[in-house]
Design a protein around this ligand. Structure first.
Ligand code: SAH
Length: 262
């Protein structure tokens, strides 16, 4: 399959997508700024993996779904107030278009709206998304989207943190990045996703590489010992200490899980 075929930007609603599920894990992005994609995802390991067909990206430009001569996509908030709101009768048809050829079962194909009001994005969520066949992500702009669209399509709202961005595109790229690096073959070394931060509920131990001494600072002796048992124990202790002091919330959850015998 050609790369052009997988990374398609559908500028006109008439260019209907194929009515069969994509071959590889695919993100369908509904956005006013399709040119923002693949963005950083086109670089390095994620870019290479896309070139190899391990994941795909379809952007659905919201603009052609706009109304009237000027293809308006937004309007003033009902009840008054600052800013503009993306219209339900514009976003709805774009989401219908994005749904073409995708499974209706949301476990197989999650449909997400990037939103500061959403459930905080976590590694567990990335794992769930990576276990699906792909996902649709709606990127908001301005004050967001008409609530009725979210209700009508039972869209899952996901936040990347307690701050407000100008649009959902950067947030979507973060979600996609964290998800596709979990897909088989995307990272060179599969083991690296099994040992890193969050995968066991703990933050990662410190990492070092050559030179053995830098600015008077030596690499901890144990790491140079070649003794795998001692290295493992040291890393584990560091990991626990870093989690306990930096993220008491994660530490408490970890302890609670251990008490339950998991
Ligand atoms: N008025 C909204 C904020 C709109 S910000 C509110 O107060 O909740 C514009 C768009 O940026 C949103 O529609 C959303 O898609 C995106 N966005 C902003 N902050 C985000 C965050 N923390 N996580 C995910 N998406 C975010």
């Amino acid at each position: 399959m050609s790369i052009a075929g997988r990374v398609s930007t559908l500028r006109r609603p008439r260019d209907l997508m194929e009515e069969r599920p994509p071959a590889a894990w695919t993100a369908r992005i509904v956005t006013l700024f399709p040119e923002a994609f693949p963005g950083i995802l086109g670089l390095s390991l994620t870019g290479k993996a896309r070139d190899q067909g391990l994941w795909g990206l379809d952007t659905i430009d919201l603009r052609p779904f706009g109304l009237g001569k000027h293809k308006n996509v937004d309007d003033t908030p009902a009840g008054g107030g600052a800013g503009m709101v993306l219209r339900a009768d514009v976003v709805g048809p774009a989401l219908d278009h994005a749904a073409l050829g995708t499974p209706e079962d949301r476990t197989r194909w999650p449909v997400v709206y990037m939103s500061p009001r959403g459930k905080p994005f976590t590694q567990a969520m990335a794992q769930r998304f990576a276990g699906a066949e792909g996902m649709t992500i709606l990127c908001g702009r301005f004050e967001g989207v008409d609530e009725r669209v979210l209700d009508h399509y039972a869209i899952e709202e996901v936040s990347i943190g307690d701050f407000v961005l100008t649009g959902g595109e950067l947030a979507a790229q973060i979600v996609i990045d964290a998800t596709i690096r979990l897909l088989p073959g995307v990272l060179g070394n599969q083991a690296s996703t099994e040992e890193e931060s969050f995968s066991h509920g703990l933050l990662e131990h410190p990492q070092y590489t050559r030179p053995a001494e830098w600015q008077g600072r030596a690499i901890p002796e144990v790491l140079m010992s070649g003794h795998h048992g001692r290295i493992e124990a040291w890393r584990r202790a560091q990991s626990e200490e870093i989690t306990r002091t930096r993220r008491p919330d994660l530490w408490d959850a970890h302890i609670a899980k251990q008490k339950k015998g998991d």
